[in-house]
Design a protein around this ligand. Structure first.
Ligand SMILES: NC(=O)C1=CN([C@@H]2O[C@H](COP(=O)(O)OP(=O)(O)OC[C@H]3O[C@@H](n4cnc5c(N)ncnc54)[C@H](OP(=O)(O)O)[C@@H]3O)[C@@H](O)[C@H]2O)[C@@H](O)CC1
Ligand SMILES: Nc1ncnc2c1ncn2[C@@H]1O[C@H](COP(=O)(O)OP(=O)(O)O)[C@@H](O)[C@H]1O
Ligand SMILES: [K+]
Length: 488
């Protein structure tokens, strides 16, 4: 997993890198610019489009000057716009790259930019070095960039956005943000989506051991993290090895939730799935999913199951049932949807949840549980406190779902698509997570693998159906994610 460092730590990263690998900050900047160019080439923009690079006086501007040089060499029609006063001192690497701008690249002060231009604007004005509230002198520059009607690409961060805390001033509204080494924390906050556009991660070859010296609770999950966390099963494995799980889900009119979670559990390899549903509704699930078994007792011996998932479509009139279930099951369980809403209004039950269990609220359910948050950073901090206090894991669902663990670490998922914002997508996830717990995954690994596969299945469904995607399509794509990630 990629560690997400703070803006201040990025400065120190330079020196750690120089010490360990003997690579100068200037070479690191060149790598960043080359990495940007690799992404640019993959975008196959038309060469007829002129490119305008707005550069600040710090290293973000330095990246911009280097990118302008490389684009010019590649045959692009490039112009540079300086976002600083004549006579300002530039960072040494920015100055070096400014000096290296080829003669054929026009270089103007920013206020000479003609807003009737069409083309691509590269925003290399401010990056992680932005400190405090943005100065008045920067307002018109950001306003000018935002008035440009063409494609806007921000380097590292949209200018004006603070790397890891809420921003109040004006911010560039980019179509793409190409961020180096790891996504800066603020890029992953839902309230910043209007500024970031699509986030692209550009690798600059910083080896993971270099990150070790930097403390950070935040991590970004990547595809390569998934396979090693999956369990490997042998040739003689039988269905008992793949877990016996129970799902307490569904109610009159909401049996679809029980069907989706049961199917998802089976699709992710659960050996035996038993759905506890109202007896009157059994015909619906048994004809929809013949592979699932049904039981109807309210207080069964829950501990005969390896894992238990509670909540999808359960109904808000099931307080007593939830209480009995929390008392009856002693291993980590999954609590979702109505189970979370019931816990929020009956807080005395929170202490009954087995330690290390997983709660999977969407933002509405989360607010009921921990109160209103002023912004995403505040939300992350409140959730962390909740996890530490109760020794529970919480998944904050949404774009870049956050896995908040009992030890305070918070892991951002990188798979998923807005096409997953559809009824029942969360029920599918509950089935997947319960399935992995039942197969003996730790809660942490169940979450990392489950949330990633779910998001990937959503992407595959979204690629095929766009906004016509429904939760059943996500289910049907789970198998393909196993092939894609080479999970046996
Ligand atoms: N290290 C790495 O690993 C790598 C880092 N890389 C790149 O370096 C970037 C960081 O560069 P950085 O640290 O030089 O800061 P940067 O974002 O250019 O900002 C400084 C400028 O902002 C200005 N400014 C500050 N506060 C302000 C305010 N409130 N309102 C207005 N202005 C304000 C400040 O002005 P000053 O205070 O100096 O007058 C100065 O001009 C990083 O984002 C990435 O792109 C890559 O090359 C890859 C490797
Ligand atoms: N914009 C988005 N980008 C990525 N994933 C999303 C987005 N919106 C929703 N999702 C995912 O879809 C699922 C929706 O779950 P939930 O809100 O519980 O739906 P439901 O209650 O209808 O089943 C979550 O896993 C969430 O992370
Ligand atoms: K920028």
């Amino acid at each position: 997993m990629l560690k997400i460092l703070s803006g201040d730590q990025v400065k120190e990263l330079d020196s750690a890198h120089i010490q360990k690998e003997g690579i100068s900050s200037h070479e690191l900047m060149e790598r960043a610019a080359l990495s940007f160019i690799r992404w640019w080439e993959s975008m196959v923009f038309s060469k007829a489009l002129p490119v305008f690079v707005f550069c600040g006086a710090g290293n973000n501007g330095g990246d911009g000057f280097a990118i302008a040089r490389l684009l010019f060499k590649g045959g692009w029609n490039v112009q540079v716009f300086r976002c600083f006063e004549e006579g300002n001192t530039l960072s040494p690497d920015a100055q070096k790259n400014l000096d290296w701008i080829p003669e054929g690249v026009p270089n103007h002060p920013w206020n000479e930019f003609d807003l009737s231009n069409e083309g691509v604007l590269i925003d290399a004005f401010l990056g992680v070095g932005l400190k405090g509230p943005i100065r008045n002198s920067a307002f018109p520059i950001i306003e000018c960039i935002n008035s440009f009607p063409g494609i806007k690409i921000s380097i590292d961060l949209p200018s004006g956005l603070l790397a890891d805390s809420p921003s109040n001033g004006p911010v560039v509204e980019a179509d793409f943000t190409v961020t180096f080494a790891f996504p800066k924390l603020a890029l992953l906050f839902p309230e910043n989506a209007p500024f970031t556009g699509k986030i692209v991660l550009a690798e600059i070859g910083i080896n993971e051991p270099i990150y070790e010296v930097f403390p950070s609770p935040y991590f970004f999950i990547q595809e390569k993290d998934i396979l090693p966390r999956h369990r490997v099963f042998g040739q003689f494995s039988h269905k008992g090895d793949f877990g016996k799980i129970a799902l307490l889900a569904g109610s009159k009119g909401k049996m679809g939730a029980a069907i989706l979670s049961s199917k998802a559990a089976l699709r992710t390899g659960s050996g035996l799935v038993t759905a506890f549903v109202p007896e009157s509704e059994r015909g619906i699930i048994q004809s929809a999913v013949p592979e699932v078994m049904c039981e109807f007792e309210e207080s069964p011996d829950w501990n005969r199951f390896d894992a238990l998932g509670v909540g999808p479509g359960l109904g808000l009139d099931k307080k007593d049932l939830l209480q009995k279930t929390l008392k009856g099951f002693t291993k980590p369980m999954i609590l979702d949807a109505d189970a979370i809403t019931l816990l929020a209004s009956n807080r005395e039950m929170i202490s009954l949840i087995p330690k290390n269990s997983i709660l999977t609220p969407h933002l509405g359910e989360l607010e009921r549980l921990i109160g209103k948050s002023s912004d995403h950073l505040d939300r992350l901090n409140r959730v962390k406190e909740f996890c530490l206090q109760w020794q529970l894991n919480v998944l904050i669902k949404g774009a870049y779902s956050v896995i908040s663990l009992t030890d305070g670490r918070q892991l951002f998922n990188s798979s998923g698509t807005p096409y997953m914002a559809t009824a029942g997508a969360g029920d599918v996830l509950t089935g997947i997570l319960t399935s992995y717990l039942g197969q003996g995954y730790s809660p942490e690994n169940a979450l990392i693998c489950g949330v990633y596969h779910h998001g990937k299945a959503g992407e595959l469904a979204g690629n095929q159906y766009r906004r016509s995607t429904i939760a059943s399509d996500i289910l049907e794509k789970i198998g393909e994610t196993y092939l894609l990630l080479n999970v046996l």
